[in-house]
Design a protein around this ligand. Structure first.
Ligand code: SF4
Length: 235
């Protein structure tokens, strides 16, 4: 699915694979991802028998990367990433509203798998198929050249981006200072982690203020650079 001009005019409403201009090489990659059907047979064999629907948001200018896990069923239907209670909690952790979160010129949203993986026997989401990261992630990360802050949401993203530096989610998130200032590991914002958040009060008391400060810094910097470019006539 190619992004339409209206996608760029109203990024909050836009769905599916969204690329903010000027995208260049990234647009070509996004077009191939939008057409990807590598997991079609795998998804067809799940209880929901759904077709692939990649959901991600990209821009060469984005300075913040949200590296999540995979879309859930609600996001599969809406085409808008984190358009669910987990997204509400993540935005509250980041200290930003929907307009800022869904502006692909500022924030790239790139999960470890771009499509809903289906449910397991207990109706929990299946893990992201590793084939997706193997096929797409390295070239995509290379093309996202403006990223200055990466939020690693959950163990799958932490293992891919940190490699041997990643431990369990608790160990990795607890060691957040080791990855500052460019990377911030987070637990998944799902309600399933509410008990984890209660058991680890340092997360809200120490890590979240750091997260909000870093997100605010990067978004303010992006606004200032956009204003300078406008004044220079380079946009
Ligand atoms: S999850 Fe990734 S690899 Fe699988 S069909 Fe979707 S875009 Fe392709």
């Amino acid at each position: 699915m190619k992004p339409s001009p209206s996608d760029h005019e109203d990024p909050v409403r836009a769905t599916g694979v969204v690329v903010a201009p000027p995208a260049g090489r990234l647009a070509d990659l996004a077009e191939r991802i939008a057409a990807c059907r590598l997991c079609a047979d795998r998804f067809a064999a799940t209880a929901t028998a759904h077709a692939p629907r990649p959901v991600l948001r990209l821009s060469p200018q984005a300075s913040v990367l949200v590296a999540g896990q995979a879309p859930g069923m609600r996001v599969h239907r809406s085409g808008l990433p984190f358009d669910d209670p987990s997204g509400e909690r993540l935005r509250s952790w980041m200290g930003i509203d929907r307009a800022a979160f869904y502006d692909p010129r500022r924030i790239a949203i790139v999960p470890m798998a771009f499509c809903f993986p289906g449910y397991d026997a207990r109706k929990a989401d299946l893990p992201p198929p590793p084939l997706c990261a193997r096929s797409w992630r390295a070239p995509l990360m290379a093309a996202l050249r403006g990223i200055r802050l990466t939020l690693l949401v959950g163990g799958h993203a932490q293992r891919w981006h940190l490699g041997r530096r990643a431990g369990s989610v608790t160990e990795t998130v607890r060691a957040w200072r080791d990855f500052a200032p460019d990377i911030i590991p987070l637990p998944h914002p799902s309600w399933r982690n509410t008990a984890w958040i209660r058991r680890n009060p340092w997360f809200e008391a120490e890590l979240l203020p750091h997260l909000r400060r870093r997100v605010a810094e990067e978004l303010a910097r992006a606004v200032s650079m956009a204003s300078s470019a406008e004044e220079d006539g380079t946009t």
